[in-house]
Design a protein around this ligand. Structure first.
Ligand SMILES: Cc1ncc(COP(=O)(O)O)c(C=O)c1O
Length: 373
């Protein structure tokens, strides 16, 4: 089976991990060990921002970001529903209320008009998600935030290396949060990073990362243990250096797959606006209805293609979130996308031959569906 995503780990990562193990400094008491610092420096230089703070997950990064901005009980935070659990979960962890906004049908990212429809006196922040690796409409979202005195936390967990109008994702929002979970475009197994251009915010996130301490054993605010270990930071550091080449292969695979599939009847290939560079964490195609989608995925699996469905149950449809979040209007595009999208493997380990195999499998299955509702 060609898996949907796998980590690409080489000799360099193994060598650096061994160095950490031999040094016996497996972690640092304030989270600021030498490899964490190296990882942060490399990552902020890649993104093109002033500050980067490494944490032990993308969820920890999002949660710390909300806390650093003072989001608290009674506040509302606008999030898409078509996303991974963490985007809304962290708002609940901060004691605030997630408010679900709809997406744009073509990009699958949050729709700025829907953000506007959900603004209230209580709104404190917006969390756009650069879903599947495609940037959300950042200029418009930042404009809405400025007009309404709100903060923007960009959920960049899937968008390492994505670009919006020539700027890297991670350099535009008040705070951007990345994940280095094992399937992501770059990984250290589990890990996260907050990037920001504010020294003050970075300083608060550093304190939250390690028990609210300004220095060891001096707690000044409520914090957590969100420190990243030195072992994982060593892997993250090497992966940051490799990110451009990992992305190049993803983008090449995506381009070839689009060339193969763009004229196949019933298949809509990924839309990439001219002002965006997609990071292709997931290559997402769309078909006419749920029945076709589910059959296509099942048959692709029988042919050895690890096709997947991301976000079949948008968060607002789950009882847990419905009981705790606000839904002010119907999420028409979210519901439609959740029924009709599927993902195909294009990660860096997918060979040129396998891309052709995937394309051929999709074409022959779609052909056999002719006349299918
Ligand atoms: C959109 C999105 N947000 C947040 C996260 C949370 O990241 P992590 O799994 O590192 O906590 C993920 C990743 O899994 C994600 O895909």
């Amino acid at each position: 089976m060609i898996p949907i995503n796998v980590p690409v780990i080489g000799e360099e990562e193994k060598r650096e991990v061994l160095k950490v193990l031999e040094s016996c400094l497996l972690t640092h008491k304030t989270g600021e060990g030498p490899y964490v610092k190296r990882f942060e420096a490399a990552f902020k230089s890649y993104v093109g921002c002033r500050e980067a703070v490494a944490l032990n997950s993308g969820t920890a990064a999002l949660h710390s970001a909300l806390l650093s901005l003072g989001v608290k009980p009674g506040d509302e935070v606008i999030v898409p529903s078509f996303t991974f659990t963490s985007t809304a979960e962290v708002v609940l962890l901060a004691g605030a209320t997630p408010v679900f906004a709809d997406i744009e049908g073509e990009t699958y990212c949050v729709n700025p008009e829907s953000i506007k429809r959900n603004l209230t006196e209580r709104t404190k922040a917006i969390i756009p998600v650069h879903l599947f690796g495609l940037p959300a409409e950042m200029d418009r979202i930042i404009e809405i935030a400025r007009e309404n005195d709100l903060k923007v936390i960009s959920d960049s967990a899937q968008a390492h290396g994505a670009e919006y109008k020539g700027k890297k994702i991670g350099s535009m929002a008040d705070i951007s949060c990345f994940s280095f979970y094992a399937t992501k475009n770059m990984t250290c197994g589990e890990g996260g990073m907050c990037t920001t251009n504010s020294e003050e915010i970075a300083e608060i996130i550093r304190m939250i990362r390690s028990h609210g301490e300004r220095k060891a054993y001096e707690t000044v605010t409520l914090g957590h243990n969100y420190r990243l270990s030195e072992v994982l930071a060593a892997i993250g550091y090497i992966q940051t250096l490799k990110l451009p080449s990992l992305l190049e292969k993803r983008r090449r695979n995506a381009r070839v797959l689009t060339e193969e599939l763009e004229n196949v009847e019933g298949i809509k290939t990924p839309y990439v606006p001219n002002h965006c560079k997609h990071a292709f964490y997931l290559y997402t195609v769309r078909v006419r209805n749920r029945k076709t989608r589910d059959r296509l995925v099942a048959e692709l699996k029988l042919k050895g293609v690890g096709a997947s469905i991301y976000y079949e149950k948008p968060l607002h449809t789950l009882k847990f979130f419905r009981e705790r979040c606000k839904l002010n209007h119907e999420l028409v595009e979210t519901e439609e996308a959740s029924k009709t999208v599927l993902q195909l493997p294009i990660h860096p380990k997918v060979s040129d031959e396998q891309i052709k195999e995937i394309a051929e499998a999709v074409k022959s299955i779609m052909k056999s569906f002719k006349g299918f509702p």
